[in-house]
Design a protein around this ligand. Structure first.
Ligand SMILES: Cc1cc2nc3c(=O)[nH]c(=O)nc-3n(C[C@H](O)[C@H](O)[C@H](O)COP(=O)(O)OP(=O)(O)OC[C@H]3O[C@@H](n4cnc5c(N)ncnc54)[C@H](O)[C@@H]3O)c2cc1C
Length: 398
């Protein structure tokens, strides 16, 4: 196999987008995906384009919320990236950015909205706090129990089944070699280069030589890190999602709750997607949990998720649930992405973690600039893997 500039590890949204942005800058790229493209988190998520601080970032008290709010500068870049994505990829991605509401049902919820609003303002995201009357005017489909809402006019959603494949198509047009059913099993340095061992769909083992590797393995990014004798503190978590039957257009917004797990939206086809980070359960392999198999839905969580959705939008209460499914995503110890170079392993880059449907195209674009030009057009220092150097400095290089 001829040497390439960059091997991209993982064929979710981040990997497919990075392959595209790298090739657009002239790099020779091979993308290795152990299964099929877009079959994991990137094709199984809720499709929300979150720019306000999600509930998971605000729920652990002021100090941590202030730390987690550092994601906002990246969100503002992602917002601009999403505006241009359909034109860039020459594809309909069902992007709709008609605004997002984070709703409050109690005084405690309103206090959370106010704290969120202050943090968002501090980092330059201009959201508004709407009164009950304003919410009623803007979103008459919401229940009377909603007494306020945080509103940001550019939130929305896109279709997760379309985005990574569109990047992959464009990447292939630019000459990227995409190998699905190809698992990365080894990573070794050889002087200034990396030797990436892959096992392809026929069971053949091959070594690929590359100037750089990009770990875009999502929830499995820690396992890829371990192949390079690195610790990347990212953990796999299993979540669930639900889709409700089609209805006439009713909900133009992305709806979230101030203090509970909920995202709710009506997609182009009229179906209502309900999620928000409710846990599912890893299936077991012996006594250990397995991240290699589909996680199992937890019926009580599905019910609680749907009950909350129907309480907030009474009109969907009579509609049938069509399907629930699960997906595995990666969360770092500090909820920030791992984005950039790993200082202890020259030529090893990572782009993983966080809300990487919203931020994935932006991770990919910026990390490609870093790999090929030495610096990205927007600083990503806040998310650098260097913040875990206190761990990796104990790890000898491979
Ligand atoms: C149910 C659910 C709902 C979500 N909702 C949202 C949302 O609304 N908005 C949002 O912004 N984010 C959401 N997320 C998070 C988002 O989906 C993920 O952050 C994002 O898709 C991660 O993309 P990725 O490309 O990094 O990872 P993935 O899409 O998981 O891709 C990683 C790929 O790496 C491959 N891989 C792993 N190990 C190897 C190996 N050894 N060799 C080769 N390939 C390997 C895997 O097979 C996989 O295909 C949600 C996640 C879930 C699970």
């Amino acid at each position: 196999m001829k040497p390439v500039n960059v091997v991209v590890l993982g064929g979710g949204l981040v990997g497919c987008a990075a392959a595209y942005y790298l090739a657009r800058r002239g790099a020779g790229v091979l993308l290795a995906e152990q299964g099929d493209l877009n079959r994991e988190a990137s094709g199984r998520n809720a499709g929300s384009l979150h720019f306000q601080l999600e509930y998971r970032l605000i729920r652990y008290g002021d100090e941590l919320a202030a730390q987690f709010a550092q994601i906002i500068p990246l969100s503002l870049v992602a917002l601009e990236d999403w505006r241009g994505l359909e034109a860039e990829l020459r594809a309909d991605l069902e992007v709709g950015m008609h605004g997002g509401l984070i709703v409050a049902e109690s005084d405690a919820d309103v206090a959370l909205l106010e704290r969120r609003q202050a943090l968002q303002e501090k980092w330059g995201l201009a959201s508004q706090l709407l009164s009950a009357a304003e919410v009623r005017r803007m979103a008459p489909y919401l229940a009377e129990s909603v007494i306020a809402a945080g509103y940001f006019p550019h939130e929305g959603h896109a279709n997760p089944r379309l985005v990574a494949p569109a990047f992959a198509r464009r990447a292939e047009e630019l000459g990227v070699t995409i190998q699905s059913q190809t698992r990365v099993t080894g990573l070794m340095r050889d002087g200034a280069q990396w030797v990436v061992t892959v096992v392809d769909r026929a069971g053949r083992t091959q070594d690929v030589i590359a100037d750089a590797v990009l770990n875009a393995a999502g929830a499995w990014a820690g396992e890829i890190g371990a192949l390079a004798h690195l610790h990347l503190p990212i953990f796999a978590v299993p979540l669930s999602m639900n889709v409700i039957e089609r209805a006439a257009p009713l909900i133009p917004h992305l709806v979230q709750h101030a203090s509970q797990r909920l995202t709710l939206k009506q997609v182009a086809a009229g179906n209502v997607l309900v999620g928000g980070g409710w846990p599912s359960r890893f299936s077991r392999e012996g006594s250990a949990m397995s991240t290699q198999r589909r996680a199992d839905p937890v019926v009580e969580n599905v019910m609680a998720n749907l009950t909350l959705a129907a309480r907030l939008v009474p009109a969907i209460g009579g509609l049938h649930l069509l399907r629930s499914w699960t997906g595995i995503t990666g969360i770092t110890t500090d909820q920030m992405p791992l984005l950039g170079a790993v200082p202890e392993a020259p030529g090893f880059f990572v782009a993983a973690g966080g809300a990487a449907f919203t931020h994935g195209p932006t991770y990919a674009r910026l990390v490609s600039e870093l790999i090929l030009e030495g610096r990205p057009s927007v600083s990503i220092d806040l998310y650098s893997p260097a913040r875990f150097s206190h761990i990796n400095s104990f790890m000898a290089s491979v």
